[in-house]
Design a protein around this ligand. Structure first.
Ligand SMILES: O=C[C@H](O)COP(=O)(O)O
Length: 250
């Protein structure tokens, strides 16, 4: 069985003062069976990584450029993220697909760059409400999973996060059957492309309005190996019970 992963995406929230929340989380963390990852905004990466050194929490970024360096004003390269002490990067989040017109090809190139820099790529995929209502969910998931995941994907360098766009920050959550259907499908799709061993090892996270009140039910669904948490990861008081629910399910 894979180690479960509780990942927190702070999105564009938090200044240096927010690192106090990270400190509290590090002190409160007593779940050796669960990996914990916090992805703060880029200006906090180095400080956050320094703060958790020697503790059971990893730090990740929220995006990287596909090139390792060059004339790309405002962008951040994967080797720079690794140099900060971070170990992972979220890629292809629906907010980036929407705000920055990111395509599957671009996400795949970014994930390749992340792997080359020794980072774990957390590749986000998910359908819109219109796509779900039109019965297109599994087709969308198939296309995004295939298109965004590079050939360099392995069990120890890739995580897939299923985030229905309509569930992000809305308080709406798919039914457990809907979550299970997509997670089973992702596992089977990865198995066909990469083989069973790799597919079993790639962690599949659910993301979208995960809260302390619904975490345990979601984590009980087959093939859910953890969560990518937005809003509830901003406060230690909300994130810790989610970690505990995951730990209880390990
Ligand atoms: O990356 C995290 C997801 O977008 C979920 O965000 P949320 O937990 O605030 O719904």
């Amino acid at each position: 069985m894979v180690r479960k992963l509780a990942a927190g995406n702070w999105k564009m929230n938090g200044t240096r003062a927010a690192l106090a929340e990270l400190q509290t989380l590090a002190q409160a963390h007593d779940s050796p069976s669960v990996d914990i990852l916090i992805c703060p905004p880029a200006p906090l990466l180095f400080s956050a990584a320094e703060m958790v050194k020697g503790q059971a929490i990893d730090i990740g970024a929220q995006d990287c450029h596909p090139a390792a360096s060059g004339a790309h004003t405002g962008d951040i390269a994967a080797p720079m993220i690794a140099d900060c002490g971070a170990t992972a990067v979220i890629l292809g989040h629906s907010e980036r697909r929407e705000d920055h017109n990111e395509t599957d090809d671009l996400v795949r190139a970014k994930a390749t760059a992340a792997h080359a820099a020794g980072l774990t790529a957390i590749i986000c995929i998910g359908e819109t409400l219109a796509q779900r209502d039109a019965g297109q969910t599994l087709g969308v998931i198939a296309a995004q999973l295939e298109g965004s995941t590079p050939d360099s994907a392995k069990a120890d360098n890739t995580v897939i996060a299923y985030e229905p766009v309509w569930a992000i920050g809305t308080g709406k959550v798919p039914s457990l059957e809907q979550i299970g259907e997509v997670h089973d499908f992702m596992r089977q799709s990865l198995s066909k492309r990469f083989g069973t061993d790799t597919a079993k090892g790639v962690r599949l996270l659910y993301g979208g309005s995960v809260k302390p009140a619904n975490a345990a039910q979601i984590f009980a669904v087959d093939n859910v190996d953890g969560a990518l948490v937005g809003g509830a990861s901003l406060s230690e008081g909300d994130f810790t019970p989610i970690i505990k629910a995951l730990s209880d399910n390990s």
